[in-house]
Unconditional design. Structure first.
Ligand code: CAA
Length: 380
């Protein structure tokens, strides 16, 4: 077993860290305050290959491995967690399923512009009445002979306002339960597609979240992604990949909060010495760093397994569960270390604290991750 990053991974890490420190982090507060989509950052990230990190170069991606993707996601999310989730959705929830299940034509038409960052994608699984119970889909895709007709509402869709394409799940045969769900690639600029206003959120405020309403939206027969009735499996495979991205987002949030805590604690004096000289603070810093490292190792393991092409549902769930809880704990402790200053916007740990919360909710709540892990344990 070797814990060293390859030379290529180290180069990527340095490049993305510099970009995140110099370009992403300085904008994060303004993006958060104004609820502004960071278009200028996303186009620079596209040039760096970050919108399709693991997609082969022949389809517009950077052709790197999943650990490289985790490394890049951590760095971007350390600068701005909203920018991190925009990247993660495009990479994991849109490019990954099209690469795995798409036809050659679908890869040429959709994957190449998405992975190169020329276009942006979103993922339509959740509905107003289908959150944790993802199989309870109400959106219907009716077979109209020469085309599909999509009707229903998708809820809490990240990137919906900027996306060009949605990988969307719909019932093609209600009588079959989850085996009647199919996946589709649906361009957003299609008649019968509309959006509700952006949600006003606690955190990750620079990424848009809204409903997508399909009202008799016509899609060509070629829009089907994967096999008819196999859409639930497509969604679950996709979430196995996506949860690695969110785990990496958690690493970035936690690392940013730890770095601020370290710097502050060496500068701030109390009882005649820097607060880092007091054991009460040292114990907090030690726990934060240890838990962050453990989360990173779980996340790298899930990414390594993905790269080996083996099923990694349980390992992805463990990585996401642990990393998201660490992100919340570390951000909360960071505020405690900074005291009253931590409660102010100026020191950014309050943004880390607000951004961290969603990592325990989206792409499967912590409770759902525990179900996935327990189910794998019990199956043996
Ligand atoms: N890969 C492939 N297939 C899988 C799978 C996986 N990881 N997990 C399950 N399946 C298959 C099973 O083999 C089974 O197939 P068959 O019946 O054909 O044999 C089928 O799926 C049903 O499996 P379960 O009985 O285990 O499914 P379930 O209905 O009990 O649900 C669940 C399982 C884990 C709770 C699932 O519903 C789930 O993950 N829920 C959470 C949904 C979620 O994460 N939503 C997030 C939305 S996306 C988002 O947040 C995006 C964003 O914008 C940032």
């Amino acid at each position: 077993m070797n814990f060293d990053l390859s030379e290529e991974q180290q180069i990527l890490q340095r490049m993305v860290r510099d970009f995140s420190r110099n370009r992403v982090a300085p904008l994060a507060e303004e993006l958060d305050r104004d609820h502004r989509y960071p278009a200028e950052l996303i186009s620079q990230m596209a040039e760096m290959g970050l919108m399709g990190v693991t997609v082969p170069e022949e389809y517009g991606g950077a052709g790197m491995d999943p650990v490289s993707y985790v490394i890049a996601m951590e760095e971007i999310s350390a600068g701005c967690a909203s920018t991190g989730v925009i990247m993660s959705v495009n990479n994991s929830l849109v490019c990954d399923p099209i690469l795995k299940f798409g036809t050659e034509e679908q890869k040429q038409e959709f994957l190449t512009p998405l992975a190169s960052g020329e276009q942006l994608g979103c993922f339509g699984l959740s509905e107003p009445d289908a959150g944790s119970d993802a199989a309870a889909q109400r959106t219907v895709a009716e077979d109209c002979g020469d085309h599909w007709e999509l009707t229903g509402t998708k809820n809490f869709i990240t990137n919906a306002h900027e996306a060009d394409v949605c990988v969307v799940m719909a019932m093609t045969d209600r009588s079959q339960g989850h085996r009647g769900i199919s996946a589709f690639i649906a361009p957003m600029k299609t008649e019968g597609v509309s959006l509700t206003p952006k949600e006003d959120k606690l955190g990750i405020r620079a990424s848009s979240t809204s409903q997508i309403v399909y009202d008799g939206c016509k899609l060509p027969k070629s829009a089907l992604l994967g096999k008819l009735g196999k859409g639930f499996g497509v969604a679950m495979y996709t979430l196995d990949c996506g949860r690695i991205g969110i785990a990496a987002q958690g690493l970035g949030i936690a690392r940013a909060a730890l770095e601020t805590s370290l710097q502050y604690s060496t500068e701030r004096k109390a009882f005649g010495k820097p607060i880092s000289g007091h054991q009460a603070i040292q114990f907090k810093l030690a726990d934060m760093a240890t838990n962050l490292d453990a989360a990173r190792l779980l996340t790298y393991r899930a990414a390594l397994l993905k790269g080996q092409g083996v099923r990694h549902s349980s390992e992805s769930a463990m990585a996401k569960l642990y990393s998201s809880e660490v992100a919340n704990d570390v951000a909360r402790e960071a505020i405690q270390i900074l005291g009253g200053y931590g409660y102010l916007r100026e020191y950014h740990v309050e943004r880390n604290f607000r951004d961290a919360k969603i990592t325990e909710i989206y792409e499967g709540t912590s409770e759902i991750q525990r179900l996935v892990i327990a189910s794998a344990l019990l199956k043996g």
